[in-house]
Ligand binder design. Structure first.
Ligand code: F6P
Length: 546
């Protein structure tokens, strides 16, 4: 029996009625009506504090959203995920990134087999390898220790590692260089290698499938560079290349000994893999102990998501609030604004996590959805964004809910700068919520003609997420917070948050176009007129005969 469409549910209709009654209320009115809401509409878990009081909600909204989650089977689906059921229906796979951070003592069965021992066996191999590289015991082809690590991958095999490296730079080995190559644009690899000694450079080729065009092309070019720089001998690969993949056969075909391969499993989605062996560069940078602390942070949030009651459950609340704005207020985007420069790649990381997961147009039953699914996630660190796009959030015509992320203690104390940073975070949430009325503007002596330009309506909703400090553990909890928020949203929309069929079409067409750019002569082109013209124009620029 197929699941009913969302808008037909009585719980949805109750929310729609509630929204109609609430939509005229301002945040100022909501705060006046319930002066303690700043302290009450909050939740804490796994070391994170969420203030969701500056949202266009009341306690009743949260109760109704939780009812919707119950009616939609979000909790049963969550438990099925933790249980190893094949909830990725279109690929018939379990979705078990939570197993990647399960303690050794846990047992999680996939097809009757406990996967936790395998997870820890890989982690132990990664740790042994990392220790060897970090201590200088692992020597390259010319007998030198590794000082440079270049991770090659794309999408989920890149965004997590880059983000984690940047986020945890404070904890990283400063005497080693870490770089990341993802784009098939040759510039990416050229820039990453141009000033490095190949004799001191280790490549990690990260690809779940080990068939991805960009990654394999870059890996071949990197191999050529190493071989050429180190005397033309193919044996360099054994000392300078390791692989992270689920596909041992392709790794071997590439020429990497599977003894130098770190595996993971088809039940880990690419965008959920930064805590698997895909995080090898992270472990090399921060060391095995800190990597395990990061895993403990992920696990703490997993446990919170699994056990905390709905009204206190951070990822559930964030997921439900995202649904609330997306579907009732018609908000098309969510801005993620980390007040931490180390998190500069966090919004980019979240873009794949959220949009590849929930950019879906049919339900699990293959029916067209009856309401909008995944919002667009974007953002930049504060305070930089304040001097750029915040204007549109404050006074533009769109409603853009924001997640503001801040920390109580800086990693790099410098005078009172951290106070300034946090003052800005707090002030922005206040300004967005309460704005500035015409009377307030006038009282400042503003001439009448200028008043409308200076009025800020307020009512711009924000979540404030606070943690003590940006440590490896905190990063784990933050990432898991968003993973489970994405899960919650996908479960409400009854979509498959774990496949990505749409990405395939572009890949297929690119495979077709490549020979059309390269074949000598005049290839027969059967695309639309725009595509044919672009191909001909490119060929002409290469000097090809048309
Ligand atoms: O872009 C689509 C995608 O399949 C992502 O989901 C994945 O993270 C990325 O490509 C890389 O895939 P792979 O790890 O197999 O190289």
């Amino acid at each position: 029996m197929s699941t009913p469409l969302l808008r037909t549910l009585p719980e949805w209709q109750a929310l729609a009625r509630h929204w109609r009654a609430l939509r005229g209320s301002t945040l100022k009115q909501l705060f006046d009506a319930y002066p303690q809401r700043g302290a009450r509409l909050t939740a804490e878990g796994a070391g994170l504090y969420l203030d969701y009081s500056k949202n266009l909600v009341t306690g009743e909204t949260i109760r109704l959203l939780a009812e919707l989650a119950r009616a939609r089977g979000v909790f049963a689906r969550r438990d099925a995920m933790f249980h190893g059921d094949r909830i990725n229906a279109t690929e018939k796979r379990a979705v078990l990134h939570v197993a990647l951070r399960a303690p050794r003592t846990e047992c999680i069965l996939v097809d009757g087999k406990d996967v936790v021992p395998e997870v820890h066996a890989v982690l132990d191999r990664m740790a042994a390898f990392s220790d060897k590289v970090r201590s200088g015991e692992w020597l390259g082809h010319s007998g030198k220790p590794m000082r440079n690590v270049i991770s090659i991958g794309i999408g989920g095999s890149d965004l997590g590692p880059v983000m984690a490296y940047e986020a945890l730079k404070h904890f990283s080995r400063r005497d080693m260089t870490f770089r990341f190559v993802s784009n098939v644009d040759p510039t990416d690899l050229a820039e990453a290698t141009r000033d490095l000694d190949a004799g001191e450079t280790l490549f990690i080729v990260c690809s779940k499938t080990f068939t991805t065009l960009e990654t394999l092309t870059n890996a071949r070019a990197a191999r050529d560079w190493s071989v050429q720089q180190l005397g033309g001998d193919e044996t360099v690969v054994a000392r300078h290349f390791v692989a992270v993949s689920t596909n041992a056969a392709e790794v071997e075909k590439f020429g990497i000994d599977t003894a130098n391969m770190f595996g993971f499993w088809d039940w880990v989605g690419g965008r959920y893999s930064m805590d698997s062996a895909i995080g090898l560069s992270t472990m090399l940078a921060i060391g095995p102990e800190s990597f395990r602390e990061m895993l403990a942070g992920f696990h703490a949030m997993d446990e919170h998501f699994r056990n905390a009651p709905a009204e206190h459950n951070l990822p559930l609340l964030m997921g439900l609030l995202a649904v609330w704005y997306n579907n009732f207020f018609g908000a098309q985007t969510v801005a993620v604004l980390p007040y931490a420069q180390y998190l500069k790649r966090f919004p980019a990381y979240l873009q794949q996590l959220t949009m590849e997961s929930n950019g879906k147009h049919v339900t699990l039953d293959g029916e067209r959805v009856d309401c909008a699914t995944g919002p667009i996630y974007w953002g930049e660190p504060g305070t930089n964004g304040q001097h750029s796009f915040y204007q549109l959030i404050h006074q533009g015509t769109r409603l853009i809910p924001c997640d503001c992320i801040g920390f109580m203690h800086p990693l790099d104390p410098l005078g009172h700068q951290h106070d300034l940073l946090m003052a800005n975070l707090i002030a922005q949430t206040e300004a967005l919520a309460f704005g500035k009325t015409a009377d307030q503007v006038r009282a400042e002596g503003t001439p009448d003609w200028l008043v409308p330009h200076r009025v800020c309506d307020g009512n711009r909703p924000t979540n404030t997420i606070l943690a003590d400090q940006l440590t490896p553990r905190t990063l784990g909890t933050l990432v898991a917070l968003y993973e489970h928020s994405v899960f919650t949203q996908g479960a409400i929309w009854n979509i498959d948050s774990f496949d990505q069929w749409g990405v395939e079409l572009g890949k297929q067409l690119a495979r077709k176009v490549v020979p059309e750019l390269q074949t000598p002569g005049t290839p027969k082109l059967d695309h639309d007129d725009s595509t044919n013209t672009l191909i001909r124009r490119y060929r002409a620029a290469q000097g090809s005969i048309q």
